[in-house]
Design a protein around this ligand. Structure first.
Ligand SMILES: NC(=O)C1=CN([C@@H]2O[C@H](COP(=O)(O)OP(=O)(O)OC[C@H]3O[C@@H](n4cnc5c(N)ncnc54)[C@H](O)[C@@H]3O)[C@@H](O)[C@H]2O)C=CC1
Ligand SMILES: O=C(O)CCC(=O)C(=O)O
Length: 387
């Protein structure tokens, strides 16, 4: 029986996929965790934990290095909520242009003004005028699942679109409209864009990427959309640029005390993926990936361990070894098995940066003795008997 804990609300359509060998529990010593934006950094990871399934894209709320060192495989669900985010970004583009938020707030104040309302509307509306997006230039930073969708829709709305992503995947390149222009540098994109939208993960390399220096490269009265993570923008530099009018509007899905106090900022309470469709897509994908790992040892869409698929085990036993990506691991593992007279029926060894994974089907029953031999190999961080 696998014990699974949820740290956020996960759509029932995903949770209901779990079969009888899974139990949803609210205790510490679990085999798997499912979550959305819950911050796990201060959590103690129990030794029982094998996998973490992020029903969503961003994993900056998960202590990835700590998980890797404990042999905990962290999964996310690439693309599963991209359409939900894309639709809100398009709304964000319009909110950044036309002062819809200010106008609606003002219209609310006209309540109880009786027959005067239509006259007051006509007199006051010029305070809320704003430009159309057609013909303007949108700079999309990060052309992954969301950035590509945003770029393509913006193009179809009549915008000129520039994209910047030095690590673009082949899939994203295929999916990108051919009329999107490639920027060779961030500065080149920033210099031309009337609107800038951020679709990169929050990692060390992107933290504070929109700072004073980068804002200086931008056009006057630029409008910036951040539906990725608050930490991508240096907020003090942004405050200065908003106060001077260099940045006309900042729309963010990640408000905090600072941005809530800045004028010309539109704060949305992290609603990008809050659609029934995205929530179901993410939950179903996260649960399926978690179950395939728990039941079969297969890894799909992990951010810290390599992809690996040996299907369902038809041999007598299957053993999974999570280990450091260092020389001699395969020979040490196979020697430990050979010394116990265990014959290997099938085997995969894959690596991803500093970490590696070896999945082995064997023709004998796996005993505690064998597991202990494998655990004793230097660099091995977890050994799991799948069958
Ligand atoms: N507002 C919301 O509710 C949501 C926000 N997000 C945020 O959006 C981010 C992007 O999501 P996806 O598009 O699904 O992820 P993705 O992984 O498909 O795309 C990210 C892209 O950023 C690119 N990239 C990485 N570093 C870069 C850099 N320094 N400069 C330019 N490009 C760079 C990568 O090559 C990749 O193509 C997530 O990491 C998350 O933080 C994601 C889903 C929902
Ligand atoms: O689950 C959510 O609502 C957050 C989505 C998100 O930010 C992500 O997938 O990175």
């Amino acid at each position: 029986m696998f014990k699974i804990k949820t740290l956020n609300k996960i759509a029932a359509e995903g949770l209901n996929l779990m079969e009888d060998n899974y139990q949803l529990v609210d205790e510490e010593n679990v085999d798997g965790i499912l979550l959305r934006s819950y911050k796990m950094h201060d959590m103690d990871l129990p030794d029982t934990l094998d996998a973490v399934g992020r029903a969503g894209a961003g994993v900056n709320n998960i202590p990835i290095d700590k998980c890797s060192e404990k042999g905990v495989v962290v999964f996310n669900t690439p693309g599963a909520n991209a359409n939900g985010v894309k639709e809100l970004v398009i709304a964000g583009l319009l909110l950044a242009s036309r002062d819809i938020v200010g106008a609606v707030k003002w219209a609310d104040t006209l309540c109880e003004k009786g027959d005067e309302v239509p006259k007051m509307v006509e007199a006051g509306k010029s305070n809320f005028a704003g430009p159309e997006i057609k013909g303007k230039t949108l700079g999309v930073i990060g052309l992954g699942a969301i950035g590509v969708l945003v770029a393509n829709v913006a193009k179809s709305l009549g915008m000129k679109v520039l994209g910047y992503d030095p690590f673009i995947s082949i899939d994203s390149a295929w999916n990108l409209s051919r009329s999107i222009r490639k920027s060779d540098s961030l500065e080149d994109l920033l210099a031309q864009a009337d609107y800038v939208t951020l679709h990169v993960p929050l990692i060390d390399a992107t933290k504070g990427m929109i700072n004073k220096e980068k804002i200086e490269c931008m056009k006057d009265q630029v409008r910036i959309l951040n539906f990725s993570r608050a930490g991508l923008c240096h907020e003090d530099d942004l405050a200065e640029a908003l106060a001077s009018g260099k940045v006309a509007r900042y729309v963010t899905d990640f408000p905090n005390e600072k941005t809530l106090h800045m004028s010309n900022v539109i704060c949305i309470p992290h609603l990008g993926a809050s659609t029934p469709e995205s929530e179901v897509n993410c939950a179903v994908m996260a649960v399926r990936q978690l179950m395939d790992y728990m039941d079969n040892g297969n890894i799909t869409n992990s951010v810290n361990y390599p992809a690996c698929d040996m299907g369902v085990c038809h041999a007598t036993g299957r053993i999974a070894v999570n280990h450091k990506n260092v020389p001699y691991m395969v020979s040490n593992i196979t020697k430990a098995l050979a010394d116990k007279n265990i014959n290997i029926a099938d085997m995969i060894n894959k690596s991803k940066k500093d970490w590696a994974y070896t999945l082995i089907d064997v023709e004998s029953t796996i005993t505690d003795d064998i597991v202990n031999e494998l655990k004793a190999i230097e660099g091995v961080v977890k050994v799991r008997v799948i069958k």
